[in-house]
Design a binder for this molecule. Structure first.
Ligand SMILES: Nc1ncnc2c1ncn2[C@@H]1O[C@H](COP(=O)(O)OP(=O)(O)O)[C@@H](O)[C@H]1O
Ligand SMILES: [Mg+2]
Length: 270
């Protein structure tokens, strides 16, 4: 498998497939690694990783996904200054991944929800990093590293209303001698009652026209009404209905205006 596929999931053609209907419900699977993350045997003891929340490295008995990052609901902490209280960050990690793949941003590693040792949480493919965001001076340096990925990230963060895109939550990976960005830690997303605070990705984006490729990908995915309905149903199990409505409003606004201004950001800040 090419490295591109390895990190970004399946090719465009086979991207969206239906899982066998579960209790009459259809689901979208974007990457075979989701199935592996959900079912592979766990090898050894979870190892604690440094994080604001409780975070664990899990070794999986699978050649395709050797390691994963587990964030149990029971280890989540409050962020009152953002209006965030623990208990459902893991669901937002999964919702952010679904949206990332549905609209072909392909910046977030495969993420599922799984119970491990009696604890429910998010399980995300472990990505070996080349350089971490915290090793660079500022967010604007990322533009020089990969402007296309940076713009994608800024649009994605607006759509999912990510209030936690700080430098440590961005990985820089080396892919075919090109540096690409990977977005981890999408736990503080979608929540009503917070101000978009993604270390200024929004500011850097402001007033610039969003590249056609990003708009086309969004429009293409959005026009598939059947899949869109399935996405909505999947999000229904993860987010509040008002949060889903706001998310769809932001998607439509991006498609309509093809840019994100300070006004748009203010309109969704509460
Ligand atoms: N998908 C991943 N691949 C590799 N390392 C990861 C991944 N997700 C998280 N980590 C590591 O775990 C740390 C904490 O994870 P993060 O999701 O940022 O949790 P927190 O919500 O506590 O900030 C990260 O800074 C990173 O070092
Ligand atoms: Mg983090």
């Amino acid at each position: 498998m090419a490295l591109e596929d390895d990190i970004r999931g399946m090719s465009e053609k086979e991207k969206v497939v239906f899982s066998p209907e579960k209790e009459g419900k259809k689901e979208l699977i974007f990457d075979q690694k989701e199935t592996i993350l959900k079912s592979a045997e766990i090898d050894g003891e979870p190892r604690r990783v440094q994080g604001s929340n409780e975070v664990f490295y899990i070794k999986l008995a699978s050649p395709e996904v050797a390691g994963a990052i587990f964030k149990p609901a029971s280890g989540e902490v409050d962020f009152p200054e953002l209006g965030y209280w623990y208990g459902d960050y893991y669901k937002r990690e999964r919702a952010a991944y679904l949206v990332d793949r549905f609209f072909s941003f392909n910046l977030i590693p495969p993420t599922v929800i799984r119970e491990i040792s009696g604890e429910i949480g998010s399980l995300q493919e472990y990505i070996p990093i080349h350089r971490a965001g915290w090793q660079i001076e500022s967010l604007s340096d990322l533009v020089a590293i990969n402007e296309q990925d940076f713009t994608k990230m800024a649009v994605l963060d607006f759509i999912i209303w990510n209030t936690g895109r700080s430098l440590p939550n961005i990985f820089i990976v080396d892919q075919n001698k090109q540096e690409r960005l990977i977005c981890i830690d999408n736990s503080l997303s979608f929540r009503k009652g917070t101000v978009l605070r993604a270390e200024g990705t929004d500011k850097l984006l402001s007033l610039k026209e969003i590249p056609e490729e990003i708009i086309n990908n969004i429009e293409k995915a959005f026009s598939n009404r059947e899949n869109l309905e399935i996405l909505r149903n999947m999000l229904n199990e993860l987010l509040k209905s008002e949060e889903i409505d706001n998310f769809f409003d932001r998607i439509e606004r991006v498609m309509y205006k093809k840019r994100i201004t300070d006004e748009d950001i203010a309109d969704f800040s509460y």
